[in-house]
Design a protein around this ligand. Sequence first.
Ligand code: SF4
Ligand code: SF4
Length: 288
Amino acid sequence: MQTTRLSLEDVLPLTCSRAGTCCHGNIVLLNPWELFCLAREKKITTREFRDLYTEFGGIKLRFDGKTGWKGKQACSQYIDGFGCSVHLGRPLACRLFPIGRQIYNGEVQYMHEGIKFPCLDGCPEVSELPSLSVGEYLQGQETVDYENAQDAYLELMQDLADMAFELFLDTGLAASGDTKTMVLWETMGNELPEELAKRIGVEWMDCLVIPELPTDFSGPINFVQQHTELLQRKAQEKFSALSTNKDFHEASVLIMGVALFLAQGIGANRMGLAEHWVETVKDILSKR
Ligand code: SF4
Ligand code: SF4
């Protein structure tokens, strides 16, 4: 799909008319910090929020509300005539909309879909409201914490993939001529999220999506740091006594599955990443 790149200085009709059209028929993916913020705002546990209001094992908000704009169903958090019931804890995608964000070669890029400004489709009245620069809009939407969390989870995703690499490359598994591990990494890039969640299993899924962390963290970066340490401790506990190639194979597949599941929650291209990681390891092996 064609996109329009934006700079922080670009001025656009970014004052929301609050018609709620983008809260209908949309896709809102969640990382664990966002799930935590939503549950906190709703005053329920993360487990309850995941089970009641998300799909794909907790990485996608459910849109099963009342039918509204263009006959599309509203977000599970949308209240007709009121708006977002979790406004203060809304995820990054909702704060940014209609702007998109990606990291490309280490650089943050903002854009919107298509050539025409997206809000004009459902809310043409925005052209009558005050225009804002992209930078002003992001500031007003208080995106910083959520952008930081997203970037920290991107790093955690790569750390988990690195762990899967090590379990394959540094244990003798790759040297044994194993061909099944990388095949499964690639397979997991294409699996339905439900299938991947099943493969990962309840224990690791809970640790990834609804981690039990101390509540005295100082912000999103600290939250993700504690989450990273929790996952590392779990891996240490589960993998330190492994000894056979079968064990290493299973552990490598499991951790790669966790990395790929997290990738989907942060909106990364899961299939592309799986292919990229397989190519990276093949490249390492070819130089040995
Ligand atoms: S489409 Fe744009 S103007 Fe309309 S409710 Fe969503 S963000 Fe606001
Ligand atoms: S979380 Fe709130 S802002 Fe986001 S789609 Fe749902 S109702 Fe709309």
